[in-house]
Design a protein around this ligand. Structure first.
Ligand SMILES: Nc1ncnc2c1ncn2[C@@H]1O[C@H](COP(=O)(O)OP(=O)(O)OP(=O)(O)O)[C@@H](O)[C@H]1O
Length: 485
């Protein structure tokens, strides 16, 4: 039997039910407090928070509680050894009298309903992402837990790229309490973009989105779970969705003229983008492709001409040099009702700063983790209204290699070769490679190729924007995510 720590110091909360019952075959005095603690006094003291009860079923005279219990250290869940994880566990209560059983069922149901958990979820499963394991992850880890919690599911397998975006753009919002993506970050980004392209985007962005890691890059769910000290795995991710807490997350609008892309994770240009996109050709290697190709890219290091401009967050006003700027202005269109157009703040007259190239890497991050093993921006916050900017310019190759090894714990930002700051708005003016001026680079946002310059790596993806000036503005806490706290 699992025991939760007791706190005898505090005054006892009001008891709303008290009966003699059998708990796992032992006679106990079972109580339910107004704060949702199930407690027993009998052969041993035991307690279980209703927050950790997914649901219950009645089996004859018995009530089977379908619960989860926290575990620290020890066993490995999905290969990640950091933080605690949840294990599934049933507890069986048998009140001595039939009317007591009905009372318990009534109160337990009432309590669970008062928690405001999602009851109807739209679930996207991407059978194509990552190790192509999403179907299995859904069937083995996600579905059984959601069934235990009595959640009604509408499951859609994505059939092609942008399928999830299409559905998010046209779905009936009133039918669901949230969306779940059993995928990598790519499907999440599609859903956010679909929501923001709706005429009723203000309502759509309030619908919480949950992630279950089943892709190559699971940076968002790693960031969400890690911030609560929980290991990143499908089970913990699903439990945090069932528990129904939410948090807001900043959305960055990347614009080039009237073309827009909404990003919740990151934008990269230079080394990180080249590794991310060009390593696709080594996909057969699995996750080793990133390390393998990073090594290759550092040995034959590229540097890019260009300029970045930024509006520094408070505390970072001395970074870079003062700069003047002209930003794209959205035409005063009446069709604004068609979708979100980016934050309405006027950034032009503020004190912009600049950094000039050549650049090895320019990386903007919204949340701390870029992937499960990459703590790209250790100080990033979900909804502070700022993006973390990580810039590498001149850097010896050996130091660069050492930086790559530090990405897993975020200590790369302490290097003297790295500029690490927070910005409110950002402009990228990408240029050509310094060694071969007829070759340009790739701009990558949230794992998608946003722009591809002349004679850069060719891949199947069609780029949304041209390899030219881009501007990025942040809307604080615009989207909503399921989160453990
Ligand atoms: N059935 C499908 N066939 C091909 N592509 C698909 C399919 N369903 C979804 N996709 C695309 O797969 C891409 C990657 O999805 P996902 O978010 O699951 O993984 P990822 O970790 O971001 O990327 P990947 O695993 O491909 O490196 C998304 O851009 C999505 O549009």
């Amino acid at each position: 039997m699992d025991h939760e720590p007791e706190n005898n110091q505090q005054s006892s909360p009001a008891i709303i039910l008290k009966d003699i019952a059998l708990l796992d075959d032992y006679h106990v005095m079972m109580t339910l407090t107004a704060e949702g603690e199930l407690q027993s006094v009998g052969y041993e003291r035991w307690s279980l928070s209703m927050k950790n009860v997914l649901g219950f079923i009645v089996e004859g005279k018995q009530i089977r509680l379908k619960a989860v219990v926290k575990r620290d250290g020890g066993g490995i869940c999905c290969g990640d050894s950091d933080g605690f994880y949840f294990a599934r566990k049933d507890f069986v209560i048998e009140p001595l009298y039939e009317d007591a059983k009905d009372r318990w069922c009534y109160k337990l149901r009432q309590f669970l309903e008062s928690l405001g958990r999602p009851k109807r979820l739209l679930v996207f499963v991407n059978p194509f992402g990552g190790k192509k394991s999403a179907r299995k992850v859904f069937a083995k880890e996600v579905k059984p837990l959601l069934e235990d919690a009595d959640v009604e599911l509408d499951v859609r397998e994505t059939k092609y790229q942008l399928h999830a975006k299409e559905i998010a753009k046209s779905m009936d919002l009133s039918k669901y309490d949230g969306i779940v993506c059993v995928s990598g970050d790519g499907v999440l980004v599609e859903v956010v973009n679909g929501m923001l392209e709706r005429a009723d985007w203000r309502k759509a962005v309030k619908l919480p989105i949950g992630m279950v890691p089943a892709g190559t890059g699971n940076g968002m769910i790693k960031s969400v779970l890690d911030s609560a000290g929980i290991r990143c795995c499908a089970r913990s991710a699903t439990i945090s969705i069932i528990q129904g807490h939410t948090r807001s997350v900043d959305v960055a609008t990347i614009s080039q003229g009237t073309t827009k892309f909404f990003s919740v994770l990151m934008l990269a240009w230079g080394l990180v983008a080249d590794i991310d996109i060009e390593s696709e050709k080594f996909r057969w290697m699995g996750s080793a492709r990133i390390d393998f190709y990073a090594l290759q890219r550092i040995i034959c290091l590229r540097q890019y001409n260009g300029r970045v401009l930024f509006l520094p967050a408070p505390g970072f006003e001395s970074c870079g040099q003062p700069a003047s700027i002209s930003l794209y202005k959205d035409p005063p269109v009446s069709d604004k009702v068609l979708g979100y157009q980016g934050p309405e703040t006027k950034f032009e007259d503020l004190e912009w700063r600049e950094l000039k190239g050549p650049f090895v890497s320019v990386w903007l991050h919204n949340v701390p983790w870029g992937a499960e093993d990459t703590l790209a921006a250790p100080n990033a916050k979900f909804s502070d209204g700022f993006l973390d900017l990580i810039v590498v310019r001149n850097c010896p190759k050996l130091a660069l290699l050492s930086l790559m090894t530090k990405l897993s714990d975020g200590t790369h930002v302490q290097s003297p070769y790295v500029a690490y700051l927070k910005v409110k708005a950002f402009v990228l003016e990408p240029g050509a490679r310094i060694d071969e001026l007829d070759k340009e680079g790739i701009i990558d946002s949230d794992g998608e190729v946003l722009a591809r310059g002349r004679r850069s790596y060719k891949c199947d993806q069609k780029a949304l924007m041209s390899y030219d000036k881009l501007q990025i503005t942040v809307d604080q806490g615009l989207a909503t995510l399921f989160s453990p706290e």
